[in-house]
Design a protein around this ligand. Structure first.
Ligand code: DX5
Ligand code: ZN
Length: 215
């Protein structure tokens, strides 16, 4: 049974508290919060004040996915805003080891996200320090894209690396997760499923979360 992390990117920003309550009352495990800067990815989403506000209403883990350049500048600010998990992109982090230690020093769980083209072996020397690896199964920047099938092979490679290195890192899959492909993704070794469009475009999002949770 995987952890389910609905992505707020697909929520109704005009009535965010309704969607936060929905997730609080559902079987979802985490809130997935996508921060985009218009530089690392070709889109701008939301930032610190929105996360700070969500943290006051959310009753579950806040899983913050930074799609920004120079993430090291904002580690303390996201801790202050209420992030529990903070994930940075390997492609945006020159001194990845240092930033992982900074995240942990702020009392958060540390995650690394990898783009679809980034090979798993680049995590070889950092995997033991990680709480979470976010495998991008779409090119980051937008919700509602199609799952890239090569991700399945990367999940298996990452699972093997985690086992061999005695790491406690969870494998999170982000992008294009549907009711149809969720079982294949979990069978490949995923621990956490992010779901934006699949949850928020469903006629009954609470029921959709329950369906994903049952897989
Ligand atoms: C994409 C974001 C995802 C996105 C997933 O850049 O990181 O978290 O919200 O959305 P869906 O599930 O709709 O692909
Ligand atoms: Zn994300």
């Amino acid at each position: 049974m995987a952890l389910i992390a609905p992505s707020i990117l697909s929520a109704n920003f005009l009535n965010l508290s309704k969607d936060i309550d929905m997730i609080n009352q559902s079987q979802a495990d985490w809130f997935h919060l996508d921060v985009m800067d218009g530089r690392f990815v070709p889109n701008i989403s939301f930032g610190l004040p929105v996360i700070d506000a969500i943290s006051k209403a959310a009753q579950k883990t806040l899983d913050v996915h930074l799609m920004i350049v120079e993430p090291e500048k904002y580690v303390g600010a996201f801790a202050q805003a209420g992030a529990h998990n903070l994930t940075v992109h390997i492609e945006a982090s020159t001194h990845l080891h240092r930033i992982i230690q900074m995240i942990k020093a702020e009392g958060m769980k540390a995650g690394v996200a990898v783009n679809p083209h980034t090979p798993i072996h680049l995590l070889n020397d950092i995997i033991e320090d990680l709480d979470l690896v976010c495998l991008m199964s779409v090119n980051p920047g937008f919700g509602g894209q199609k799952f890239i099938p090569q991700t399945l092979k990367k999940i298996q490679q990452l699972r093997q690396l985690i086992t061999e290195s005695n790491s406690n890192a969870l494998i999170e899959i982000d992008g294009g997760v549907t009711l149809e492909n969720a079982k294949t993704i979990i069978d490949a070794g995923a621990d956490v499923l992010v779901a934006g469009n699949t949850v928020f475009s469903a006629p009954d999002p609470v029921a959709m979360i329950a369906h994903l949770k049952q897989i």
